[in-house]
Design a protein around this ligand. Structure first.
Ligand code: FAD
Length: 319
C-alpha cells in the first residue's frame, strides 16, 4: 500500500490507523491483512519491555529479545504488502466524521483512515526511592513468573510493600511468589506501621517476615543483589527484590477522542473485540487492560483486528 498520507500524490484512506507498533499493534495488523485490509502503523519505538530483559511466558520465544519478536512480525506484515510503517509518534487523532479519522504525526504529516486502533502501551512510574530506577529489571523484578526461575536457590529476598503494593493482599501474594525462589522473604513496609502490623498478623509462612524500617536508598551489589540502606543508618543486602511499579496511561488520545477510562486507569474496552465507547475506535494491549503481558497484548490485538475487520466494507482490490 502507498500514498495514504495527505501529502502524498495519491491520497487514499487506509482501513485502519494503528497507533503503537509493538506486540498489540503488530498482532492486530496481522489479523487485518488476512482479511485483506490495509493498515498504517505509527510507532515511537518505546515499548515497555525495552530493558534488555529476555522474553518469558511466551511459548516458542522464551529467552529471545523482545525486539526480535517485533522484527519477525514486521517482516510478516511487510511481506504481505498491506501495511505501511511510520516510525514516528502520533500527536493528534481527530474523528472527522462517521467514516474518517485523521491522525497527525510528530512531523506534522496527516493521515486518513476509516478506523483507529490504539495500542500505545503504558509506562512504569517508579517510587521516589534513590537508586530504584537504575535497579529496575536488574535486581528489582516486577513479576516472578517472568524473572523467578533464573533466581532459584537464592538465600534471601525482599519485597517492597510501597506504592501499588502498599496493601496486605497484593504485598502478600507477590511476596509468596518471590519466596518460591529464596529461603527467606522479608516484606519491607518503609515506615508504614499500620501496614506492617496488618501484614505481620496474617503472615504464617516459615521464612517470611516483615521489616518496617524506612528506606533511604538502594544500591547495586553483586549479580542481582541489592543493598537496602535504611534511614536509621543500618543496611541489609537481598539477593533480589520484588516490586511492581504503578503504570501510567498517556491519556492524550483518550481526551482527544472522548474515550472512557476504567477504574484501573486503562482505556475501557468491551471484550473480546476491544471496542471502546467511541464508534470506530478500538484499543488493545497494555493501554487497555490491567493484565499486561506480551501474550495478552497479542491476543487483544488479534481480537481487535477481527472486530475492526467486521466493521469494514469488503476491500476493493484483488490480492
Ligand atoms: C522489564 C519488563 C519485562 C517484561 N517482560 C515480559 C515478558 O518476559 N513476558 C511478557 O509476557 N511480558 C513482559 N513484560 C510486559 C510486556 O512488556 C507488555 O505487556 C507488552 O510490551 C505490551 O505490549 P503493547 O503492544 O500493549 O505495548 P508496548 O510493548 O509498551 O508498546 C507500545 C508501543 O506504542 C508506542 N507508542 C506509544 N505512544 C505512541 C504515540 N503517541 N505514537 C506512536 N507510537 C506510540 C510505543 O513507542 C511502543 O512502541 C515486561 C515488562 C517489563 C516492564
Amino acid at each position: 500500500m502507498s500514498g495514504t498520507s495527505l501529502n502524498g500524490t495519491q491520497p487514499t484512506v487506509a482501513d485502519v490507523l494503528i497507533v503503537g507498533g509493538s506486540h498489540a499493534g503488530l498482532s492486530a495488523a496481522l489479523t487485518l491483512y488476512r482479511a485483506l485490509h490495509t493498515t498504517v502503523i505509527f510507532d515511537s519505538k518505546k515499548p515497555r519491555n525495552s530493558y534488555s530483559t529476555p522474553v518469558r511466558l511466551t511459548s516458542t520465544w522464551e529467552n529471545e529479545q523482545p525486539e526480535k519478536m517485533r522484527e519477525a512480525s514486521r517482516k510478516e506484515l511487510a511481506d504481505a504488502g498491506l501495511t505501511t510503517f511510520v516510525d514516528a509518534g502520533v500527536e493528534k487523532i481527530e474523528k472527522k466524521n462517521d467514516d474518517v479519522f485523521e491522525v497527525t504525526d510528530e512531523k506534522g504529516t496527516k493521515w486518513l483512515g476509516k478506523k483507529v486502533l490504539l495500542a500505545t502501551g503504558t509506562s512504569d512510574v517508579f517510587p521516589d526511592i534513590p537508586g530504584y530506577a537504575d535497579l529496575y529489571a536488574r535486581g528489582i523484578y516486577p513479576c516472578m513468573f517472568q524473572f523467578g526461575f533464573e533466581l532459584r536457590g537464592c538465600h534471601s529476598a525482599g519485597l517492597l510493600a510501597i506504592d501499588g503494593l502498599a496493601n496486605t493482599l497484593h504485598a502478600t501474594i507477590l511476596a509468596h511468589d518471590g519466596h518460591k525462589f529464596s529461603d527467606t522473604m522479608t516484606i519491607y513496609t518503609n515506615g508504614n506501621t499500620a501496614l506492617s502490623e496488618e501484614i505481620s498478623a496474617g503472615l504464617k509462612t516459615p521464612g517470611m517476615s516483615v521489616d518496617n524500617r524506612e528506606i533511604a536508598r538502594l544500591t547495586r551489589g553483586e549479580g542481582s543483589s541489592i543493598t537496602i540502606e535504611f534511614k536509621d543508618g543500618s543496611q541489609k543486602t537481598e539477593d533480589f527484590i520484588v516490586h511492581r511499579p504503578l503504570t501510567k496511561l498517556d491519556r492524550k488520545f483518550a481526551d482527544q477522542l472522548g474515550l472512557n477510562i476504567s477504574k484501573m486507569g486503562d482505556i475501557e474496552v468491551m471484550p473480546p473485540f476491544c471496542k471502546t465507547n467511541v464508534a470506530g475506535v478500538y484499543a488493545a494491549g497494555d493501554c487497555a487492560t490491567p493484565m499486561k503481558t506480551i501474550s495478552n497484548a497479542m491476543t487483544m490485538g488479534a481480537y481487535a483486528g477481527c472486530g475492526l475487520a467486521r466493521e469494514l466494507p469488503k476491500a476493493q482490490r484483488s490480492q
